[in-house]
Design a protein around this ligand. Sequence first.
Ligand SMILES: NC(=O)c1ccc[n+]([C@@H]2O[C@H](COP(=O)([O-])OP(=O)(O)OC[C@H]3O[C@@H](n4cnc5c(N)ncnc54)[C@H](OP(=O)(O)O)[C@@H]3O)[C@@H](O)[C@H]2O)c1
Length: 306
Amino acid sequence: MAQAVRFDEYGGIDVLRVAEVDRPVPGPGQVLVRMRATAINPGEAKIRKGLLAHRWPATFPSGEGSDLAGVVEEAGEGVTGFAVGDEVIGFTGTRASHAELVVVEAANLIHKPAGVSWEAAGALYVAGGTAWAMVHAVSVGPGDSVVVSGAAGGVGSIAVQLARIAGGTVIGLASEANHPWLIRHGVIPITYGEGVADRIQAVSGGRVDAFLDTQGGGYVELAIELGVRPERIDTIADFAAKEAYGVKIDGSAVGGNAEVLRELALLIDQGRLEIPIAGVYPLAKVQDAYRELEKGHTHGKIVLKP
Ligand SMILES: NC(=O)c1ccc[n+]([C@@H]2O[C@H](COP(=O)([O-])OP(=O)(O)OC[C@H]3O[C@@H](n4cnc5c(N)ncnc54)[C@H](OP(=O)(O)O)[C@@H]3O)[C@@H](O)[C@H]2O)c1
């Protein structure tokens, strides 16, 4: 038997429970991973509440989670490249990673570089792949002035660093408590809220080339007001803006793959990318972890461990 997060109906945090389930069996091409770290994401909370039921319905009892890092426990038939005991980073598309034992397609795994902590490894897939996709969607290059909303959040904290690596001058919108972290990472911090357009104009000298929006709620309109061309705006939280303004909505569907994971893990191993860890909770405290996330002010990632 193994522990796994389950919920039996759409609802609030209280529908989450930790169940004892049968040990999963890896099929051909699959690997059974003993989870060492897995992250939680706002999208999972939306799925659990039923807000995405029209696009991605749940079947009950439902598991959850896609990010994970761990140790190979068993390799299924035909798997090459992964052996029992290997340390891996990966993802599952079957809502299953918030569990002690997770079946993962071998194609969705990479080897964990030694210099990547379990917490960073387990938090990398959704937020990292999404941030990567955003930065590539708007083709950030040397000399570009790039604004990022939610700059210290799960996706934003990675996006600002990738945009810096790509050579951009990065302006990050965040609460004051997050400004020191942004400054340490070469980002110009700006407080969001009333007057934000003027503050961006002041620090950018009136020229913003690209805008990465992780928040929705009017940031695409702000970007357009700042004169950013629609093809250089990417939002992961305002899908209607694609139709309305022709902006991009590239996110985890574009950057969520093993190739990108490998690239990001290498950057972490080289000390060029940091995944800030806002909190670590045991699997049994999964409700507390989502309570923290749903306050909406996480700096980086919240991680579950067995
Ligand atoms: N489409 C996709 O592929 C995709 C993939 C991943 C995530 N998402 C979505 O993207 C959003 C962000 O995800 P995440 O994991 O980065 O979330 P998160 O870590 O929970 O985001 C927290 C951040 O949001 C910031 N924030 C809260 N209100 C804000 C406001 N009014 N203006 C600017 N920043 C504000 C907070 O900033 P302060 O603490 O500094 O105030 C905090 O740093 C979620 O809606 C998620 O569902 C979409």
